[in-house]
Design a protein around this ligand. Structure first.
Ligand code: AHG
Ligand code: MN
Ligand code: MN
Ligand code: MN
Length: 338
C-alpha cells in the first residue's frame, strides 16, 4: 500500500441517511426513501447537464415559466426528471417546482406525508456558457390530516425538515442539512456512482471580505444597500476594500460563500420590489443551510429569512445570506435608517 492510508470506511450518502434514520427511533424510513429518490434525481440531472452540449440539449425550450424566466431545454428536462423521481418514490404528496405554474399533487399517494419544493436547474441562464448550475430543494412534513393542497406549502422556512442544493461543477457536489442539524457536503464519485461525504459538519467562516451581488442593479438599489456596498468598496479609516465575486448562479455563489465566507445578496430594489429569488425553492432552503452552518440569512426588511411566509408558491424575496458577521453589517446599516 502507498504511503497514504487508503480510506476503507467510506461514508456514502446512502450510509449517511441510514445513520441519520437510526437517530430517530420513531422513523418509518419514509424520509430516507424520499432522499434516495432525491439522490437519483440529482444523478440523472447531472448526467444530462454534462452531456447537454454533446446531444444538442443546450439552448432554449421555446417556453417560459410562471415567474417569466425563459425555460432552457435542461430546465424542462431537469423538471421532468425531478417530478418522476418524486412521484415514483410514493413518499411525496405535493411538489412545487420553479417550472410548474401550479403545485403538483400526487393523488395516487394520498397518505404520503412529505411536500417537496424544488428549483430543478438553478443558474440556467448560464448553462450554455458552461457555468456551474445546480438543483435547490426543500422538504416539509405535512401535518396529520393535511389535504395536500398548496396552502400546506405556504409555510415559513422554519417548517423545513431538510433542505440543500447540488452544484454540477468540476465535480457534482451535494450540500444537505436537516432541521436543527449540521450541514454536510458530498462529492459524486462517478466510478462508484455514489455521493461520498467529503465535507462533514460545514461551518461558514464568521467573516470574510468577499461580497457577491449583481452591481448591474445598483441604479435601482435603496439607500441602505448603496451605503452598505459602498462601505465595503470604499472602507473608512483606510481599511482594505472587499473582493467582488459574482457568478450569477445562486448555487455556485452560495457554495463559495459557504466554503470561503463573505456575503451573497440579491436585494429587493426599485426594479424588483419583491426581489428576484423565490422564497420556497431558493431563499428558504438556502437560509436553512446557512443558519445551520453558523451564518445568517435575512430578507430586504432585515427579517429572519426562515420566518418569511410566502403568500403564493412563486413569491419572491430580497435576500442577504452568508457569514454571521457580514450579514450583521447589513442589519446594522439598516438600523441607521429605521
Ligand atoms: P434560475 O436559473 O433557477 O431561474 O435562478 C437564477 C437566479 C439565481 O441562480 C441567481 O442568483 C440569479 O438568478 C442571478 O440573477 P441576475 O442574473 O439578475 O443577477
Ligand atoms: Mn429560472
Ligand atoms: Mn434558481
Ligand atoms: Mn431554475
Amino acid at each position: 500500500v502507498g504511503s497514504e492510508k487508503i480510506n476503507t470506511d467510506i461514508i456514502t450518502l446512502t450510509r449517511f441517511l441510514t445513520e441519520e434514520q437510526t437517530k430517530h427511533k420513531e422513523a418509518t424510513g419514509d424520509f430516507t426513501l424520499l432522499c434516495h429518490a432525491l439522490q437519483f434525481a440529482f444523478k440523472s440531472i447531472a448526467y444530462y447537464i454534462r452531456r447537454a452540449t454533446l446531444i444538442n440539449l443546450t439552448g432554449l425550450a421555446g417556453s417560459s415559466n410562471t415567474t417569466g424566466d425563459d425555460q432552457k431545454k435542461l430546465d424542462v428536462i431537469g423538471n421532468d426528471l425531478f417530478i418522476s423521481a418524486m412521484r415514483s418514490c410514493a413518499r411525496v404528496r405535493l411538489l412545487v417546482s420553479e417550472e410548474e405554474e401550479e403545485a403538483i399533487a400526487f393523488d395516487e399517494h394520498p397518505n404520503a406525508r412529505y411536500a417537496v419544493m424544488c428549483d430543478p436547474i438553478d443558474g440556467s441562464s448560464n448553462l450554455d456558457a458552461g457555468v456551474s448550475v445546480g438543483t435547490i430543494f426543500g422538504i416539509i412534513k405535512l401535518p396529520e390530516g393535511a389535504k395536500g393542497t398548496k396552502e400546506d406549502l405556504l409555510k415559513p422556512g422554519t417548517e423545513l425538515v431538510a433542505s440543500g442544493f447540488t452544484m454540477y461543477g468540476a465535480s457534482a457536489q451535494l450540500v444537505i442539512t436537516m432541521k436543527g442539524g449540521s450541514v454536510n457536503g458530498f462529492t459524486m464519485d462517478n466510478a462508484l456512482g455514489e455521493f461520498i461525504l467529503t465535507h462533514p459538519n460545514m461551518r461558514v467562516p464568521k467573516q470574510r471580505a468577499i461580497y457577491s451581488v449583481n452591481e448591474g442593479n445598483s441604479l435601482y438599489w435603496e439607500e441602505p444597500i448603496k451605503e452598505y456596498v459602498n462601505s465595503l468598496k470604499y472602507p473608512q479609516e483606510g481599511g482594505k476594500p472587499y473582493s467582488a465575486r459574482y457568478i450569477g448562479s445562486m448555487v455556485a455563489d452560495a457554495y463559495r460563500t459557504l466554503l470561503y465566507g463573505g456575503i451573497f445578496a440579491y436585494p429587493a430594489d426599485k426594479k424588483s420590489p419583491k426581489g428576484k429569488l423565490r422564497i420556497l425553492y431558493e431563499c428558504a432552503p438556502m437560509a436553512l443551510v446557512f443558519e445551520n452552518a453558523g451564518g445568517q440569512a435575512v430578507d430586504s426588511k432585515m427579517r429572519r429569512m426562515l420566518e418569511v411566509v410566502p403568500e403564493h408558491i412563486h413569491d419572491r424575496s430580497g435576500i442577504f445570506l452568508g457569514s454571521y458577521d457580514e450579514v450583521q453589517k447589513v442589519i446594522d446599516t439598516h438600523k441607521k435608517y429605521a
